[in-house]
Structure formats: structure tokens, C-alpha cells
Design a protein around this ligand. Structure first.
Ligand SMILES: [Zn+2]
Length: 116
């Protein structure tokens, strides 16, 4: 299957995916640190800071789920690159605009199917 993207464009998108993957790995290391269980030593930690801690974990949990989802999308994008199907919408098979891929290199859908 031939791609609507040139070799140079594909190389650029591959390195952009690489960059995003490294950035995501860094941010996931931080998230994992914050998600360590709350210290339950009541004598050294006041009630307010325990509540604070739990709220931070709640926010972080949502972030962690988004990070996991994005990691999955990036992995899929690499698979499509290797399979030569990268750059086509997985729903309607239409070519995805290069400009869109530059912003969302992990995007599996065209803007029509993704609704943005
Ligand atoms: Zn589509």
C-alpha cells in the first residue's frame, strides 16, 4: 500500500512520535512517584495534609489514565508506521492530513472521524 506521505514526512513524524514517547515516559515516572501510597503515620502528618495528599492522588489518577491511553496510541502509531499503514484513518481509511499528524502524530483518526 502506498502512503500519501513522503519518506521525509514519515521520517519527521516518526521522530516526533519518538519525542512524544520520551516526554510521556518522563511524565509517567513523576506520576508513578506521586501515586505512592499515602503515608498513614498519623503523628507526623496532619489531617489537612493527608486530605491534600488524597486530592493530589485523585487528580493524578485521572492524569495517569490519560497517560496510559496516550501511551497505547503512540505504540499503535509505531505499529502502523512499521506496517506501512500509518497516516490513514483507522475508521474510514482516508488519508490523514500531514498538518494534523504533525500536531497529533499518534492520531488514529482523520479529523472527521475524531470530531476535531
Ligand atoms: Zn476517518
Amino acid at each position: 500500500m502506498s502512503s500519501h506521505l513522503t519518506q521525509a514526512q514519515l521520517a519527521e513524524l516518526r521522530s516526533e512520535l519518538d519525542r512524544q514517547l520520551r516526554k510521556l515516559e518522563r511524565s509517567m515516572r513523576t506520576t508513578t512517584r506521586v501515586m505512592k501510597p499515602v503515608q498513614l503515620d498519623q503523628s507526623s502528618v496532619g489531617r489537612l495534609s493527608r486530605i491534600d495528599n488524597l486530592q493530589t492522588q485523585g487528580l493524578t489518577k485521572g492524569l495517569q489514565e490519560r497517560e496510559q491511553a496516550k501511551l497505547g496510541q503512540i505504540a499503535e502509531a509505531f505499529r502502523r508506521l512499521d506496517a506501512g499503514t500509518y497516516g490513514r484513518c483507522v475508521v474510514c481509511s482516508e488519508p490523514i492530513l500531514f498538518e494534523r499528524l504533525l500536531i497529533f502524530p499518534e492520531a488514529p483518526n482523520c479529523s472527521g472521524c475524531a470530531g476535531r
